[in-house]
Design a protein around this ligand. Structure first.
Ligand code: IMP
Ligand code: MG
Length: 183
């Protein structure tokens, strides 16, 4: 059963069913790529929490999970690329095969810095899984997204973990806010 969320300020962009189909595909792809590996799936809080919960259940392999929380310093509304770790992983990742799970890659500054930090810790491999990829505003063009749910145009989306001012993370679908002034 899918709960109906009625909000006239939202337009559905990807339905719960479309997301489920795509997340299942990503899980199968990861399971094929990581057989025999020592997989740790690291969710970046809070935006990744819904995607993470569905993705790990679509990966038919033994795996461990962990979480990080980071805050990106903003200069006005623009990300500066400085990242503070608010919560670190609770296990050493040395020798492990890590997949970092994000909700969306926008400028790429946050994830690029996070990959530098994690990359210095001796993991066997580190890959990125992001539900959404918004390539247009990308500054760190060299950032490689290994597993991407959907590429989207330069619009502000919410739901399925993504928020605006802390709202809408619990929507089962991904939507576009029609009028951000009235959120
Ligand atoms: P960036 O890639 O460093 O610019 O930052 C990515 C972060 O910005 C994501 O993890 C989200 O928290 C946030 N973000 C970027 N675009 C959106 C959007 O369309 N909706 C909700 N959050 C977004
Ligand atoms: Mg985020």
């Amino acid at each position: 059963m899918t709960t109906e969320f009625t909000d006239s300020n939202l337009e559905v962009f990807y339905s719960a069913e479309q997301i489920h189909t795509r997340v299942t595909e990503l899980g199968s792809q990861i399971a094929a790529d990581y057989a025999e590996k020592d997989l740790v799936v690291v969710g970046v809080l809070k935006g990744s929490c819904v995607f993470m919960a569905d993705l790990i259940r679509a990966i038919d392999l033994p795996l461990a999970i962990d979480f990080m929380a980071v805050s990106s310093y903003k200069d006005g509304t623009k990300s500066t690329g400085d990242v503070e770790i608010l919560k670190d992983v609770s296990q050493p990742i040395r020798g492990k095969d890590v997949i970092v799970v994000e909700d969306i890659v926008d400028t790429g500054l946050t994830l690029f810095r996070l990959m530098e930090i994690l990359g210095s810790r001796g993991a066997n491999s580190i890959a990125i899984a992001s539900l959404l990829d918004k390539p247009e505003p990308r500054i760190k063009k060299e950032l490689k997204i290994d597993y991407c749910g959907f590429q989207i145009p330069n619009k502000f989306v919410v739901g399925y973990g993504l928020d605006v001012a802390g709202r809408y993370r619990n929507l089962p679908f991904i939507g576009v806010v029609k009028n951000p002034e009235i959120v």
